[in-house]
Design a protein around this ligand. Structure first.
Ligand SMILES: O=P(O)(O)OC[C@H]1O[C@](O)(CO)[C@@H](O)[C@@H]1O
Length: 541
């Protein structure tokens, strides 16, 4: 094992690095020393069991693993996605400085700007009603059909930025389950509905199947010739879009150097732009660009994504925590954890190093979460008293958008801070007993009940505070997490930018379709699969 990791493990077992209660008691400046700011974004990691020794070990490790060099290579358009021989340039999509970004000797910025302009024109046409459906009516509803990165980004951000919506209503269909599209179109008027077919590859079975269903919905109600008026597409595979019959003037392209889970900044963001307008979408890109510059330029110990990545790595590899939860105290961020699951787990859920060797240490953690305060009334019991330590990332705005509901926002803030404090401090057996005795409980009963009311404490959390969830703040937050995933990926020594792990299931599903349709026998499959097929076919009607 790497000597630095061994020494970090050794430090981590010493009480001065792990007892948070004691660390806060011993150091009145702990918050100041272990929190960072970028613009109005505060990252408080003082409730993580780190000390100066741990941090300097992590910074050294980052040096050894070449994080800064890899970061420079990514921004410079080098083909760091080695298994697919691709550059990784989602940062070019929000390169508001418009400085040249070269791939294979060509500056990608003119094409990026051209697509952004075309999206702007189209989205304004939809929003103003100047682009109409086949029967001359303006669009009231837009349905994005896509999955994974072609769904989660726009769906999550559309919800998060609801206060900025002043365009048509947005809907998202992703699942191959016909229930999803059926429920979505049930309430829609084909005359006033626009479909966006979003797929990087334009081969994804879910999206292609749902798009065909949507096409029938339009053609059935308005005739085949209406289809062109009610569809547009977003893809890197322009030839395949052509085959589907969508007019080239309504196709918005992007490039193979944009990973699906990093594509919200590209034409995949079209539904968001339709919802919030070009200007707000620009502010969303601005926020991400500001974070890019911060990530590139700030010294490691002042660099939010860098430090977040180092802490994440420490918790996963040195301390061995298998999961982390993201809990935004912001109802509109309720899809943020789902979005991060793809960003993080599809990027860093790998077992082979960039040198094609088996990894020898853990890689990406399980990422999950729900908004607070809802989670408090569901799974927080386990976070406080369960047998696993699960690091939490809390998020809270200083201001909600609902000025007249300030009191509710104060309750939200109080709850967020109370949770991180409770997780850190805990409650000792003596404290639990004393509380029960104070309440008048008999000593024997208090003895019996107190252990159930003990909180071990020392449970780590990071808290992010920002002024208000604007398009800029959201863009900045997503970019922060993208770069954190990057830093962790380099430390794990893996390629964060491919996703071969999703292939096998897709292949087998293709083979099983004729089997579950009753056209082919299940012979050759394992007995469980054969049994399941038989049960499904026996009950099918
Ligand atoms: O945009 P596409 O090509 O339809 O792919 C959708 C999603 O499917 C995946 O390839 C995984 O199955 C993701 O990486 C991607 O975001």
């Amino acid at each position: 094992m790497n000597a630095l990791i061994t020494s970090l493990k050794e430090t981590a077992t010493r009480t001065d690095a792990t007892d948070l209660r004691a660390a806060f008691a011993a150091d009145a400046a702990r918050f100041d020393r272990f929190s960072l700011r970028f613009e109005d974004l505060l990252m408080d990691f003082s409730k993580i069991a780190v000390n100066d020794e741990v941090l300097s070990g992590l910074v050294k490790l980052a040096g050894e693993k070449g994080v800064a060099e890899k970061r420079a290579a990514m921004f410079a358009g080098e083909k760091i996605n080695i298994t697919e021989d691709r550059a990784v340039l989602h940062t070019a999509l929000r390169n508001r400085a418009n400085t040249p970004v070269m791939v294979d000797g060509e500056d990608v910025m003119p094409a990026v700007n051209q697509v952004l302009e075309a999206m702007g024109e189209f989205s304004e046409g939809i929003r103003s009603g100047s682009i109409k459906g086949a029967t001359g009516k303006a669009f009231t509803d837009v349905v994005n059909i896509g999955i994974g990165g072609s769904d989660l980004g726009p769906a999550m951000t559309t919800l998060a930025l609801a206060p900025y919506h002043d365009g048509p209503r947005l809907h998202y269909v992703s699942n191959i389950d016909g229930a999803h599209i059926a429920d979505t179109i049930a309430g829609l008027d084909p005359e006033t509905t626009l479909f966006i077919v979003a797929s990087k590859t334009f081969t994804t079975i879910e999206t292609m199947t749902n798009a065909k269903t949507a096409r029938k919905f339009i053609a059935g109600a308005l005739g085949e010739e209406a289809v062109g008026h009610h569809f547009c597409a977003v893809s890197t595979a322009l030839d395949k879009v052509d085959d589907f019959g969508i007019d080239q003037s309504r196709v918005f392209g992007f490039w193979d150097w944009v990973g699906g889970r990093y594509s919200i900044w590209s034409a995949i963001g079209l539904p968001l732009m339709i919802a919030i307008g070009q200007k707000n979408f620009g502010a969303f890109l601005d926020g991400a660009h500001a974070m890019d510059n911060h990530f590139r330029e700030a010294p490691v110990t002042e660099n939010l994504p860098f430090m977040l990545g180092l802490i994440g790595y420490y918790q996963r590899v040195v301390l061995g925590y298998p999961s982390r939860a993201v809990i935004p105290y912001d109802q509109r961020m309720s899809r943020f954890a789902a979005y991060l699951q793809q960003l993080d787990m599809e990027s860093n859920g790998k077992s082979v190093t960039i040198e094609s060797e088996d990894v020898t240490a853990p890689t990406g953690p399980i990422v999950w979460g729900e908004p607070g305060t809802n989670g408090q009334h569901a799974f927080f019991q386990l976070l406080h008293q369960g047998t696993n330590v699960i690091p939490i990332e809390f998020m809270i705005a200083a201001n909600g958008h609902e000025k007249d509901l300030r009191h509710q926002h104060q309750l939200l803030m109080a709850n967020c801070l109370a949770q991180s404090e409770a997780l850190m401090k805990g409650r000792t057996l003596e404290e639990a007993k004393a509380q029960l005795l104070d309440k008048g409980m008999e000593a024997e009963k208090a003895e019996q009940i107190a252990p159930h009311r003990v909180f071990t404490g020392n449970r780590p959390s990071i808290t992010f505070v920002y002024d208000v969830l604007t398009p800029y703040a959201l863009g900045r937050m997503i970019a922060l997490y993208e770069h954190r995933v990057f830093v962790e990926g380099v430390l794990f020594g893996i390629n964060s930018f491919d996703q071969w792990g999703v292939e096998l299931g897709k292949e087998l599903a293709t083979g099983l379709l004729p089997v579950v349709s009753g056209d082919e026998s299940a012979e050759g499959h394992d007995s469980s699969t054969r049994g399941l097929v038989a049960a499904l076919l026996a009950a099918a009607n």
